[in-house]
Design a binder for this molecule. Structure first.
Ligand code: ZN
Ligand code: ZN
Length: 398
C-alpha cells in the first residue's frame, strides 16, 4: 500500500518553497500570469499534458493512468485578494496591496505536489486525473463570471468528460489535525437582490396625491420575514436578509422611489425555488397593494455546495488510513460562506473537504481574508497526502 504521508513529507521542501514563492508574488483573479506560468512549467516537467488559458489564466493538466477508468478532476484555486499584508513573515507579499489571505497559495502548492506524487504512481491509476488550477475563486474581478464558471465555459468538464471531482480548502477556523469531510450540503447557495419600489413623489403633508414607496418598502421588509417562518419547513434552512434600504431626501418630501438590497441563502434546490418564488410574489404583491410598482433584480452568486455521499465516504475512509491521528468531522459542518467549487459540484459528483491549518501557539490562527492570515505549513503535507491518496482510492474503487 502506497504511503502518501511519507511521500508528502519527503516532498515538503518542494511544497513549502512553491507556497512561499506564490505567497511572495500574489496575483488577483484572472491575472495569475506568473502563478499559472509556474504551474504549467512544473506540470510539463513531469511530462503531464498541459492546456493553458482555460478560463483566461486557468491551467489544465491531464495525467492518464496505466489502466482505463473514469476521469477525476482535482481542483486547486490560485488567486489572491486585494489586502495589504500585515503578517511580517519573511515570505510576505512583495506585491503591495495584494495578499494570499485565503490560503490559495497553499492550494496551488498542494496541487503541484499531488501531481508529482500521482505521476510517480501512474502504474496504479485506473483512469485519468484532470488537474485543474483555477483562477479567480474570490470573485468575478470585472468579468461577468468567476473562475470556476469561466473554466467550465471553456470546456473544463469535456474531452475527456469529467466523471467526479475533488477539491480542498486549508481551514484556519480549525486547528492543524482537524479534518472536515462530510457528505451532503456543506455551504449555502447565495443570491443577492436589488429591489426598486416605485411610487409617486409629493409633499409630505399631502400624502393623498402621492404614492408612498417608503411605506410600501417597510411593508415589504416585514412581509419578507414570513418566507422563512411560514413557507420553509422548520427542518430546512434558509436566510432572507434585507441589508440595505435607501430612499428620500427631506422631512417634507415623499420620495418617488426606495431601493432595497440584501441576500438569500439556501442549501436545498427545492427550498431555493420556493423561497425565490415567494420572494417575487411578496415584493410585487405588497408593492401593488400599496399602489407602487416593484422592479426586482436577482443574481445568483453561487449554488449550494453539496458533496456526494459515496465519494465523501471514500475520502473519509482514506483519511482514516492516511491520517489516523486526525480529529475527523464527518457531519454537521455547515457554513454559510460561499465557494465557487459549488459550480463544479453542481455538474459532477464529488467532495470538497476542509483541512484544519491553524496553530494558536504560533499565532497562525487569524481568519481567512484577515491581513495577518497565515497557516501552519504542516497542513500542506496533510493536504497533499490526503488529496493524492483520495484521488487514487476514488479512481480505483469506482
Ligand atoms: Zn477566500
Ligand atoms: Zn478560499
Amino acid at each position: 500500500m502506497t504511503d502518501f504521508l511519507t511521500e508528502a513529507k519527503s516532498l515538503f521542501e518542494y511544497t513549502q518553497s512553491l507556497r512561499r514563492d506564490f505567497h511572495m508574488h500574489p496575483e488577483l483573479g484572472f491575472r495569475e500570469f506568473r502563478t499559472s506560468g509556474i504551474v504549467a512549467k512544473e506540470l510539463e516537467a513531469l511530462g503531464i499534458e498541459v492546456t493553458k488559458g482555460v478560463g483566461k489564466t486557468g491551467v489544465v493538466g491531464l495525467l492518464e493512468g496505466a489502466n482505463p477508468g473514469p476521469t477525476l478532476l482535482l481542483r486547486f484555486d490560485m488567486d489572491a485578494l486585494p489586502i495589504v499584508e500585515e503578517t511580517g513573515a519573511e515570505y510576505a507579499s512583495q506585491n503591495q496591496g495584494v495578499m494570499h489571505a485565503c490560503g490559495h497559495d497553499g492550494h496551488t502548492a498542494i496541487g503541484l505536489t499531488v501531481a508529482k506524487m500521482l505521476n510517480a504512481h501512474r502504474e496504479e491509476l485506473s483512469g485519468t486525473i484532470k488537474f485543474c488550477f483555477q483562477p479567480s475563486e474570490e470573485g468575478t474581478n470585472g468579468e461577468d463570471i468567476g473562475g470556476a464558471e469561466m473554466m467550465m465555459r471553456d470546456g473544463l468538464l469535456d474531452s475527456p468528460r469529467v466523471d467526479m471531482a475533488l477539491a480542498l480548502h486549508l481551514w484556519n477556523e480549525q486547528p492543524l489535525g482537524w479534518l472536515g469531510i462530510a457528505g451532503g450540503p456543506m455551504m449555502a447557495g447565495a443570491e443577492l437582490f436589488d429591489v426598486k419600489v416605485i411610487g409617486r413623489g409629493g409633499h409630505g403633508a399631502i400624502p393623498q396625491v402621492a404614492v408612498d414607496p417608503v411605506m410600501a418598502a417597510a411593508n415589504i421588509v416585514n412581509a419578507l420575514q414570513s418566507i422563512v417562518s411560514r413557507n420553509v419547513s422548520p427542518l430546512e434552512t434558509a436566510v432572507v436578509s434585507v441589508t440595505t434600504i435607501h430612499g428620500g431626501t427631506a422631512f417634507n418630501i415623499i420620495p418617488p422611489e426606495v431601493t432595497l438590497g440584501g441576500t438569500i441563502r439556501t442549501f436545498d434546490k427545492g427550498v431555493r425555488q420556493r423561497v425565490l418564488e415567494r420572494f417575487e410574489q411578496i415584493v410585487r404583491g405588497t408593492a401593488e397593494a400599496l399602489g407602487c410598482q416593484a422592479e426586482i433584480a436577482l443574481k445568483r452568486i453561487t449554488p449550494a455546495l453539496i458533496n456526494d455521499l459515496s465519494i465523501s465516504e471514500k475520502v473519509q475512509q482514506t483519511s482514516r488510513r492516511i491520517l489516523p491521528d486526525s480529529d475527523l468531522r464527518t457531519a454537521g459542518y455547515l457554513t454559510m460562506g460561499a465557494e465557487d467549487a459549488a459550480y463544479l459540484l453542481e455538474k459532477v459528483n464529488g467532495c470538497f473537504f476542509f483541512v484544519g491549518s491553524a496553530n494558536r501557539e504560533r499565532h497562525l490562527d487569524y481568519g481567512h481574508h484577515h491581513p495577518k492570515f497565515d497557516f501552519d505549513e504542516e497542513a500542506l503535507i496533510r493536504g497533499s497526502a490526503l488529496m493524492a491518496a483520495a484521488a487514487l482510492d476514488v479512481l480505483n474503487t469506482k
